[in-house]
Design a protein around this ligand. Structure first.
Ligand SMILES: [Ca+2]
Length: 342
């Protein structure tokens, strides 16, 4: 007997959220919401009509495209009204159909410290200047953090030699992935995005303890991320800062390409939210790939309950009906309604 599984995400973000920023790009004066020095010119930043992640008639999204035939990028910079030790940012992102994933690239994320360090590379932050955590598929195919911070260790020969950001999780081999604790966990691997499909991306950065001496003080910085409500971290005890003054204050949505090999097609973003609490996918019915949420992909991390709240021993062999899968999350586990059709 063939079983069909349908997964539906329920609106369960019930925790009070300290919203710091929200936009669905439906504001006519959208440019005034952002703080880019270049004021987001047409051609790189275009508000376009697109049904978006929820197939909504009349919806608008922001399209970011790199300048044709050249190194460069397009971005959106939001300077929050204050700075914070822990920040969550959630947005929906789609790589346009035709996007060339093999071109060298970077995407964006959260930034702490002076905004003029945005996009910096080649040098280790001192810990009293800045740190950043971008979520991207670049160089790995699968989603991972690309992070610059005081304690970065993977490919940083400073003060003599080049210095590049850490990959978390690290999936590009033992030459780069030098600390097993931060290497790809056995289950589940983050997905590899494909063009033409919307992804719900959420990242969290916690600046941790400011210290100059990690031999006596645990730095306790944390990075974590979720794709379509599934958690792929956390990455803990990172040494992100040496000064309490370095806190998270900027959302940076970005497409950057290293050279002229990139496609005309770029990325689209929509439904952006920033909070001091876990946000989760936008409330409503969403499609999830059965593959992403299969029992095998979930490993032992999910708990299954029936409609009366009774915990089930296994996903296998359940009779036809509705079940809830509780996924592990830092603050607000996502609940998935699973429909078993036989
Ligand atoms: Ca929109």
């Amino acid at each position: 007997m063939k079983h069909k599984l349908i997964f539906i995400l329920l609106p369960v973000s019930l925790l009070a959220q300290a919203a710091l920023f929200n936009t669905g790009f439906e504001e006519a004066d959208w440019r005034t919401l952002w703080n880019d020095y270049d004021n987001n010119p047409a051609g790189s930043n275009d508000l376009i009509a697109d049904p978006g992640p929820f197939n909504t008639p009349g919806n608008h999204v922001m399209r970011l495209r790199s300048p044709a035939g050249a190194r460069g990028g397009a971005d959106l910079v939001k300077v929050l009204s204050s700075t914070y030790t822990r920040v969550y940012a959630r947005w929906y992102q789609k790589w346009e159909t035709g996007y060339n994933f093999s071109a060298g690239c970077h995407n964006g994320g959260l930034h702490a410290g002076n905004r003029n360090y945005l996009g910096s590379s080649d040098n280790r932050p001192t810990g009293s200047d800045w740190f950043s955590a971008w979520l991207e598929p670049c160089g790995e195919n699968r989603f991972h953090f690309y992070a610059y911070y005081r304690g970065m260790f993977m490919d940083c020969a400073n003060p003599v030699g080049s210095c590049w950001g850490d990959h978390l999780p690290c999936m590009i081999g033992s030459g780069y992935c030098t600390k097993p604790v931060y290497n790809a966990p056995p289950m589940p691997l983050p997905p590899a995005p494909v063009a033409g499909q919307w992804y719900c991306i959420e990242i969290m950065a916690d600046a941790g303890v400011a210290t100059t001496d990690t031999s006596s003080v645990r730095p306790q910085g944390i990075l974590n991320f979720w794709v379509d409500g599934v958690e792929y971290g956390p990455f803990e005890n990172l040494w992100l800062r040496t000064s309490d003054a370095i806190k998270i204050g900027i959302l940076y949505l970005s497409l950057f390409n290293h050279d002229n090999t990139h496609s005309t097609e770029g990325i689209m973003v929509d439904e952006v939210a920033v909070s001091t609490n876990y946000i989760g996918p936008k409330a409503g019915v969403e499609r999830h790939s059965p593959e992403l949420l299969s029992p095998a992909a979930l490993g032992g991390k999910a708990a299954v309950y029936d409609l009366r709240g009774r915990k089930m021993q296994s996903l296998e062999g359940l009779p036809n009906g509705l079940y809830f899968i509780r996924l592990p999350g830092t603050n607000s586990p996502v609940t998935i309604k699973r429909v078993v059709l036989k």
